[in-house]
Ligand binder design. Structure first.
Ligand code: ZN
Length: 280
């Protein structure tokens, strides 16, 4: 059976026995969106998603991570959560706090840090098996809520996420007919970004990958900050926006209604300017 069908079946089976997942998937189907445009130059869609409050406000500093139980390790996952093995290395799981239709977390079996390295080829294998999906990666310091346990995420494609044309933030696009060539091109981009901060384990990046007309596409979003200052301020100026790959691609997740209602074009420009690294 093909993997996409297996995933459909996994969702049906899991939703029958896992109320949290079922409730949040139901909420996903009548979620509110608001589109902001910059003429024909750019579009950003806001998604009001209260179930993401926990994730957006997650503490991901070293101490907090060390003190908590890893929710991606097999022994700590909810007993109700089942998955599909992939490549003998990963388990494909339904994400109980979705931001996309059929939102998946694809966790490596081993508890090793979130560093993409050679695993970019695994990401390309995933998109090959999941032509209707985007697969994404949040670096440890820019959006991953489990920076200590390697994982990808995936969800059904939506147009807003497939565009690299958005001048509000940097996006490096790789396009190739073969996995091996896409991997090689990614290596050049990675090394170039790493040269800016050679002492870091990996450059701050978000990645989105998908298939488009038989080609392997990788979008790399270089980052210079995890969260904008508005995230940690208090009072009227606070905006609870914690950008990851989906936000960088063009869909900004707002877990609070007040932020969803009040964010305007200039706020988005300001947020992207703070967290996206300009490419010279
Ligand atoms: Zn773990």
């Amino acid at each position: 059976m093909n993997l996409q069908k297996e995933i459909e079946q996994l969702f049906s089976a899991q939703r029958e026995v896992w109320k949290l997942l079922d409730d949040n998937c139901k909420q996903m189907s009548n979620i509110q969106y608001r589109s902001l445009t910059w003429g024909s130059d750019a579009e950003v869609v806001l998604q009001y998603n209260p179930s993401r409050f926990i994730s957006a406000s997650a503490k991901v500093d070293d101490n907090s991570i060390e003190e908590r139980i890893c929710f991606l390790c097999k022994e700590n996952r909810p007993s109700v959560q089942q998955g599909i093995p992939f490549m003998d290395k990963y388990i494909i799981l339904c994400n109980p706090y979705p931001i996309l239709e059929n939102h998946l977390t694809i966790a490596l079996h081993s508890h090793v840090p979130q560093l993409i390295g050679k695993k970019i080829i695994d990401m390309l294998s995933l998109v090959e098996h999941l032509p209707n999906y985007i697969v994404f990666y949040n670096g440890a310091k820019c959006g991953a809520s489990a920076p200590d346990h390697f994982h990808f995420q995936a969800g059904l494609k939506t147009n807003i996420l497939l565009s690299s044309e958005n001048s509000l933030r940097s996006c490096l696009r790789i396009e190739s007919d073969t996995k091996e060539d896409a991997e090689e091109q990614f290596g050049y981009v990675f090394d170039y970004l790493k040269s800016h901060n050679p002492d870091d384990d990996e450059p701050m990046i978000n990645i989105i990958s998908f298939m488009e007309e038989g080609k392997y596409i990788i979008h790399v979003f270089p980052r210079k900050a995890h969260r904008p200052w508005q995230y940690s301020t208090k009072g009227a100026q606070q905006l609870l926006v914690s950008p990851g790959a989906i936000d960088m691609a063009g869909m900004l997740i707002t877990p609070r209604k007040e932020d969803f209602d009040k964010i305007e074009n200039n706020d988005i420009e300001d947020i992207y300017t703070q967290v996206s690294m300009a490419i010279i």
